[in-house]
Design a protein around this ligand. Structure first.
Ligand SMILES: [Zn+2]
Length: 207
């Protein structure tokens, strides 16, 4: 637009040299006015762009906060489900099994009943830090039945001081499959063999 005005002014000046000065001055004033307008417009645009950037940043902050809150709520819910599916050991008992004729074969059993099938491993932990896998019956899998961990055989020098019980959800080939979606190891082969549920049981002094 500035160019058009200047051209018009130049042409007018060529036709009538007497008006050259005021035309030039007028063109300069128009050009200056346009520059000021353009500057103000650019500033307004920059301010508007900045406002838009702030609004967008706030929106993304809100979205992130909402996503984090949703993730936290999901985590809490998953952990609640995880706890709900945990084996209940509150009714577990210690027994001395005297079935064998030889008292050296008598066994200290830690017995509990599971409400759903788990894969179970039991690790005996001795005072010096030694660890050894213990027998779990029946066949290391609890089908909602009574499970016994053979914690010690009386002929052994010393019983473990504690037992680490590891549980995983067990999916039978038949029957209802179940699992826990919390993300902890799904089986003994998952990761470093850590249990999905881990329980530390202190071995009492048995008579
Ligand atoms: Zn879980």
């Amino acid at each position: 637009m500035t160019t058009v005005l200047l051209l018009t002014a130049t042409e007018t000046a060529r036709e009538d040299p007497s008006v050259t000065d005021w035309v030039t001055a007028a063109a300069a004033i128009v050009a200056l006015a346009l520059s000021i307008w353009a500057l103000a417009f650019n500033r307004r645009s920059a301010a508007a762009a900045e406002d838009a950037a702030v609004t967008s940043r706030q929106a993304s902050d809100h979205a992130r906060t909402a996503a984090e809150a949703a993730e936290k709520a999901t985590r809490v819910e998953l952990d609640r489900e995880h706890d709900r599916r945990a084996p209940d050991l509150s009714m577990a008992t210690w027994q001395l099994n005297k079935e064998a004729l030889d008292p050296a074969e008598w066994r200290d059993l830690y017995t509990f009943t599971v409400a759903r099938p788990y894969l179970i491993k039991a690790i005996g932990v001795w005072a010096g830090g030694a660890r050894k896998e213990l027998d779990v019956k029946p066949e290391r899998i609890g089908f909602g039945t009574e499970v016994s961990v053979v914690v010690n055989t009386r002929g052994n020098a010393a019983p473990p001081t504690s037992v680490e019980l590891l549980f995983w959800p067990y999916r039978p080939r038949r029957g209802q499959a179940w699992f826990c979606a919390c993300g902890r190891p799904a089986s003994p082969d998952d990761g470093d063999g850590a249990g999905h549920w881990i329980r530390e049981i202190t071995v009492p002094r048995l008579g």
